[in-house]
Design a protein around this ligand. Structure first.
Ligand code: ADP
Length: 490
């Protein structure tokens, strides 16, 4: 038996040692599940069983929410500078614990070294960024004429429920937790049941770094068993959700009934628009990179490649050439859950039935280094009809579809021909045209000629991609509510 730190607590190191168990983290301590049950996890890179995690229930949620509810008023009352110091210490602890966080993340996601480093660094950066900007977050004074003025205060909601997915586990958790804590809230986090361990470890590191007990609680378990009771709990005053449209719609209903705000970061079918006058090599590299990064399991992946007719075949050939050089396990990771792996393969089967033939990929690996895990070949389908599910629905795998356009108006119409509107990428040698497109595209973020999108840049969806904003100063405002206090001297 081992405890949450992985330290042997009793039995010898026999080969048949039971799996490590990860408890909830509630009120600054590891807490076993009230129901006594644990889930197995499984490596998508090898399909071998891994650690076990606590199977939470409403009773565990109750404990965590009570702890959060007791903790936040004192935290919110502390000067911003003190909260900032604590969040900097959390970032330091995460950086010092990066190897441990990386190993936990690797075990449940099978990601490559490069992808893991990117995500752990980014997770640390969320805490540093919000620790920094928190000190510059102020209300304002409103002059109301002689002898009267009002001022605004940004106040926390109290308890935030943060429900996160399996694609970028620690990164998605940090993106919500850092700004929520910064403005004085407490959080109960519910990570995906497939990839919970790094979020639990983050909470432990935060406690050890000096974050007061009860401010960051993690309850692990399934959506219905833990996420449901969390969103419905009367003391949870806001929900931050990242995940599927289906669950997002359900949680929006729950939040609507309860009249609490919810941030929804959902899916995407984002376009990359390439004009003939663009730097075609950079554009092709970016299009291939979007499929490679996390094997396309990113809601903001640009998965619709729209290319000006005269250079369509050339750009697509360059993308295919790049993708065919990638090696499973080295350059890209597996599909993280078995259900998602099956979904991607089902999309290929459907495409085949509909007479679509991929230029490359379109299958899992049945031999070689990718065969032991849930690896899918990077895939490109050219000239996919705009009504086909491959062109409309999020596959959440390494699958790119292409279309050709004739002119700027055509490109804009195609880019906006989607139920989603999360991000877009535009490539053109004519920057004015790039900006015209960027302003016309219905999406929360548009990069022109590879413009970087970072923690500083607000992120969130238009249309079915959700609402509310993460990242940037906007996230701080999304986790706070404005109070106006008006005073008359007369
Ligand atoms: P995916 O299908 O990609 O796993 P989900 O939207 O189902 O995406 O999952 C995202 C997160 O939402 C996970 O933490 C999951 O456990 C949680 N979740 C799923 N269903 C519910 C639900 N009914 N209520 C609250 N949370 C849920």
């Amino acid at each position: 038996m081992t405890d949450i730190t992985g330290t042997a607590t009793g039995a010898t190191s026999a080969p048949a040692a039971p799996p490590r168990r990860h408890e909830h983290w509630i009120n600054g301590a590891a807490v076993p599940p009230a129901g006594g049950a644990y889930f197995p996890t499984r490596s998508p890179a090898t399909r071998e069983p891994g650690d076990e995690i606590a199977a939470g229930t409403a009773a565990d949620v109750e404990l965590a929410v009570a702890a959060a509810s007791a903790a936040w008023p004192a935290w919110a009352a502390r000067p911003a500078a003190e909260r900032a110091d604590v969040l900097h210490a959390v970032a330091d602890a995460m950086a010092a614990g990066a190897a441990e966080l990386t190993e936990l993340e690797r075990a449940t996601t099978g990601k490559t070294d490069g992808q893991l480093k990117l995500e752990i660094d980014m997770s640390v950066a969320y805490f540093r960024y919000y620790a920094g900007v928190l000190r510059a977050l102020h209300g304002r004074t409103i002059d109301l004429g002689a002898g009267a003025h009002a001022y605004t205060r940004l106040e926390p909601y109290g308890v935030i429920g943060a429900i996160t997915p399996w694609n970028l586990p620690l990164n998605q958790a940090s993106r919500a937790l850092a700004p929520a804590l910064a403005v004085g809230n407490a959080v109960v986090a519910k990570p995906s049941e497939f990839t919970s361990t790094s979020t639990v470890r983050l909470a432990r590191l935060a406690t050890e770094a000096g974050l007061p007990d009860g401010l960051l609680n993690v309850v692990t378990g399934t959506g219905p068993e833990v996420g449901g009771p969390l969103a419905a709990h009367p003391l949870v005053r806001k929900v931050a959700f990242t995940g599927s449209v289906l669950t997002g719609r359900h949680l929006a209903g729950v939040a609507g009934d309860r009249l609490i705000p919810v941030t929804l970061e959902l899916g995407g079918k984002s376009p990359v628009v390439v004009f003939a006058d663009a730097d075609l090599d950079r554009a092709a590299a970016a299009a291939a990179g979007a499929i490679q990064a996390n094997s396309g399991q990113v809601c903001s992946a640009t998965t619709r490649l729209l290319v000006e007719d005269s250079v369509h075949d050339e750009v697509v050939a360059r993308v295919v050439e790049r993708l065919e050089r990638l090696r499973p396990g080295v350059d890209f990771g597996p599909i993280i859950t078995e259900a998602q792996f099956d979904k991607v393969l089902a999309a290929f089967a459907q495409a085949a039935r509909d007479g679509l033939t991929p230029l490359t990929g379109g299958a899992a690996y049945d031999d070689g280094p990718g065969a032991a895990g849930q690896y899918v070949r990077p895939t490109v389908y050219a000239d996919v009809p705009p009504t086909h599910p491959l062109a409309r629905e999020e596959v959440f795998g390494p699958v790119l579809v292409t279309r050709r356009f004739s002119d700027e108006a055509d490109a804009l119409a195609m880019a906006n021909d989607s139920d989603y509107g999360l991000v877009a990428s535009v490539w053109s040698g004519d920057v004015a045209r790039g900006l015209r497109l960027a302003e016309g595209i219905q999406a929360g973020q548009v990069a022109v000629n590879g413009g970087p999108l970072t923690i500083e840049t607000p992120f969130g969806g238009y249309k079915s991609s959700g609402y509310g904003r993460e990242k940037g100063l906007e996230a701080l405002h999304d986790y706070a509510q404005t109070k106006t206090i008006s005073l008359s001297l007369g």
